[in-house]
Design a binder for this molecule. Structure first.
Ligand code: FAD
Ligand code: NAI
Length: 508
């Protein structure tokens, strides 16, 4: 009897779950009609569709403003899983969310222009935008006026002006970069096995060099070695003895933002996996076939050496985008800022009143991470929702004061007076919003061979851990952080597919 009821309970719960999921999918596929943006409201222009901008849009009540989004990318990209796309562990579309789908579910419609902001004129309150896509209409550049502006354009790849990097290196920031890397890996492998290829050339072609020992470089090196261990060497046994991954880092160790214990653990794991780490080695020049690097020996002597490569991935951090540099040059208060737009504790760009900045293009004394960008975006959404409420209350108060003056007798004057007092109390409550405070949840990085490292902020302090269990934690943490249920399902399916059938080694 109990078993029968248990069965029924489980069946009904499963049915409820399916119905709930089905309803969610139906809502997702059939968005409600949206009221058009209200041009009489203040125009809020948001530049970018990355972590900062999308976190802001997620929580922003779009009924309060005339919202316009401008970005050359009509999707959000979940960057933490991008290194997995370079080897086909995850397909790139699984970590992309179309911005159009997302914006169609907002309360009031939001205008989206797929374009790059080329200049922000701070005085005139105008953003100049350019359609940089392949297909251009008769009009491909125009201007967008704003009352309020949020700059969330992220950063570009730093090269420090080192010759040859842009021409010969590949970066790892966008979907296109991951696709180019995936193609180049396979091209190197196939070219290395070309008939009569010379041994030295085979060695060069199969030497995969990663410059930059920050988390991007480390995660990519780990993914690449995994690809070789689980798939490449099985399907192309000829490359087995020559395929090699080298990580080059200018500082004395990799992952400088992690605790010493985890740095040692990562270096030990790489050694076991036969990934070479070349620390204290600074790349100075790049040609099409080799890099020139200055290394410091144990005796402190410096030497210049040539390191031949087939694939070069350049991951040495962030640099300012030209549009940000230009804006900074217009504002005297920004003259001492070097790494991005200096902002105050409410993320207002210093020296302005109506421009805010979030994420990698803002300097608020935090590391340029997705975690920071998304918390900043959330904060701005609350701030803008609150500002709209404040304005609404202010207007109501104005109307009530007028009504109070015109009130015919004491009784109605007292009534209005009480209403005003109530509203003023509400206004004080609404205005009581503190400045932005970042809450660090910890740092996580995949290091290959199904191991990850994590520095987690715990109640009493920091908790450092590394290994296979941490890898499962890494997976579940990033899965839960994916943008949508659709992304989560696709990522899980990709993981299962890679485990069951291996990664795809076709070149395209
Ligand atoms: P982005 O997310 O880069 O978005 C910038 C947006 O602006 C994009 O939509 C872009 O198209 C748009 N844009 C660019 N130029 C213009 C223009 N001129 N006009 C208008 N729009 C423009 N952080 C973590 O915390 N955890 C991780 O695990 C992690 N993993 C990462 C892995 C990789 C491979 C990389 C590259 C980064 C990783 N990061 C991680 C860092 C994180 O991705 C960034 O800190 C985060 O993306 C910054 O958010 P953002 O909104 O400032 O910029
Ligand atoms: P990074 O700035 O963290 O690291 C770049 C590294 O390149 C530095 O260690 C630097 O010493 C080295 N370098 C610079 N020039 C060099 C040269 N000429 N030769 C050799 N080495 C050189 O950059 P990264 O890894 O691209 O990360 C950018 C941001 O994104 C960081 O804030 C990082 O925390 C974040 N991120 C976070 C991840 C995570 O939490 N898992 C994953 C990827 C990025």
């Amino acid at each position: 009897f109990i078993l029968k009821w248990l069965w029924r309970g489980t069946f009904l719960t499963a049915l409820g779950g399916i119905a709930y999921l089905g309803h969610g999918i139906y809502i997702m596929r059939h968005p409600d009609d949206q009221p058009d943006p209200d041009p009489s409201k203040k125009t809020l222009v948001i530049l970018g569709t990355g972590w900062g901008a999308v976190s802001l849009l997620k929580k922003l009540d779009t009924e309060n403003y005339n919202v316009i989004v401008v970005s050359p990318r009509n999707y959000f990209l979940f960057t933490p899983l991008l290194p997995s796309c370079t080897t086909g562990t995850i397909e790139h579309r699984s970590i992309m969310e179309p911005i159009r789908n997302f914006l169609r579910h907002k309360k009031a419609a939001v205008k989206f222009y797929e374009a790059e902001a080329t200049k922000i004129d701070y005085e005139k309150k105008v953003v100049y935008i350019n359609d940089e896509s392949e297909i251009k209409g008769e009009i491909s550049s125009t201007e967008v006026p704003f009352d309020m502006l949020v700059v969330g354009v992220g950063a570009e790849n730093a090269t420090f002006g080192i010759p040859g990097v842009r021409e010969h290196g590949l970066f790892l920031k966008e979907v296109g970069d991951a696709q180019a890397i995936r193609k180049r890996i396979m091209d190197c492998c196939e070219t290395a096995t070309f008939k009569d290829q010379k041994p030295d050339e085979i060695k060069r072609l199969l030497h995969m060099v990663v410059v930059g020992g920050g988390p991007t470089g480390v995660e990519f090196a780990g993914e690449l070695q995994d690809f070789f261990n689980s798939d490449l060497k099985k399907w192309i046994p000829d490359i087995k003895d020559n395929f090699h991954v080298t990580l080059v880092e200018a500082l004395p160790n990799v992952l400088p933002m992690f605790s010493k214990q985890l740095i040692d653990y990562t270096e030990k794991t790489f050694k076991e996996e036969t990934i070479t780490i070349r620390t204290k080695t600074m790349v100075k020049n790049v040609t099409d076939k080799y890099i020139e690097a200055e290394s410091t020996g144990p005796d402190g002597k410096k030497q210049l050496e040539r390191i031949p490569y087939g694939l070069l991935v350049w991951a040495t951090g962030n640099a300012l985008r030209p549009v940000v540099k230009d804006l900074m040059s217009q504002i005297p208060a920004q003259k001492d800022s070097r790494r991005g737009l200096a902002v105050n504790e409410y993320l207002v760009v210093k020296g302005t009143e109506n421009i805010w900045a979030v994420g990698d293009c803002a300097v608020a004394n935090y590391a340029p991470t997705a975690q920071v960008a998304s918390q900043e975006g959330n904060f701005l959404a609350r701030l803008f929702n609150q500002m709209a409420k404040t304005e609404e209350i202010d207007q109501e108060l104005k109307k009530l004061s007028e009504a109070q003056e015109k009130a015919p007798n004491k009784e109605s004057r007292d009534k209005v007076f009480n209403e005003i007092k109530e509203l003023q109390k509400r206004l004080r409550r609404v205005k009581r919003m503190g400045p932005f405070e970042y809450s660090h949840q910890g740092s996580l990085a995949y290091i290959g061979s199904e191991k990850a490292v994590a520095d987690i902020s715990w109640l009493t302090g920091n908790f450092a851990t590394g290994g296979t269990l941490t890898y499962f934690f890494w997976r579940s943490a990033y899965l839960s952080m994916c943008f949508s249920t659709r992304n989560r399902i696709l990522v899980v399916m990709d993981w299962i597919k890679a485990k069951m059938f291996g990664r795809d080694v076709s070149r395209e």
